[in-house]
Design a binder for this molecule. Sequence first.
Ligand SMILES: [Zn+2]
Ligand SMILES: [Zn+2]
Length: 282
Amino acid sequence: MSYYGDYHTHTNYSGDGKSSMEQMLRQALSLGLKELAFTDHVDYDYADPAFEKIDFDKYYHHLQALQETCYQRLQLVFGVEIGYQPHVHNKIEQLLQHYPFDFVICSMHMADQLDFYTGDFFLGKGQQQAYLRYFENILQCVNRFHNYDVFGHLDFIIRYGGYEDKVLSYLDYSDIIDTILINIIHNGHGIEINTSGYRYGLQQFHPQADILKRYRELGGELITIGSDAHYYADICSHFDLAYEHMNKLGWRYFTIYKNRKPRQLPLHKLKYASPEEYRDRA
Ligand SMILES: [Zn+2]
Ligand SMILES: [Zn+2]
């Protein structure tokens, strides 16, 4: 089986990317993908300055040049993953105005200007308090920032904080999570189903099943599927599970973007038999 495409990947233009655009593209072609979105990081005023140093002129032209080599076989999607922080709002808007992005993921990688990765954000907070404060930051973000297409890995906070029990129960935060989801839906945005949780041994997508279900119940339709691969071999990892799960929740479509415009494709297209498999069946 082949997959349609991966809508969340990082190349070595990102501070933590391990593979070149060429390696990522080669892997996508060998998987028979129709689309590959490069969504490299921009995190202005992040604890690690390597995350804000993308040369977007170079990134864009590199992507264009690679597109020439695979025209008609695979569509490259010019994307970006923004790490939102309120005090760099204008800088983000300027970047998004300046380049012709196809697709923008908005993510929360820091909250209250404190880093999750180093643990600074968690100091002096209990687990529930930290998770609630994280969602309060997201709510503040979606109230103020509207120049994005999908919100990234909505419950990604559980990866951090060093807690033994990493479970985040939807019911403990249902009011604020619902408010966030309704805001996203009413403003015409979407979310992603991010499969990287499985690679981190978390046995869940980001967001987890209960939040995905709630998004659907509240009328959420726009949803992209991404691996958050930082290494070429992780492209489309656990997409079988994502496909099954979406089907189970009653989704009939998934979303792709071009020039910041969403398009819904039937879910059965997400996974389709490769030409070799068709031949085998014939
Ligand atoms: Zn992210
Ligand atoms: Zn990412």
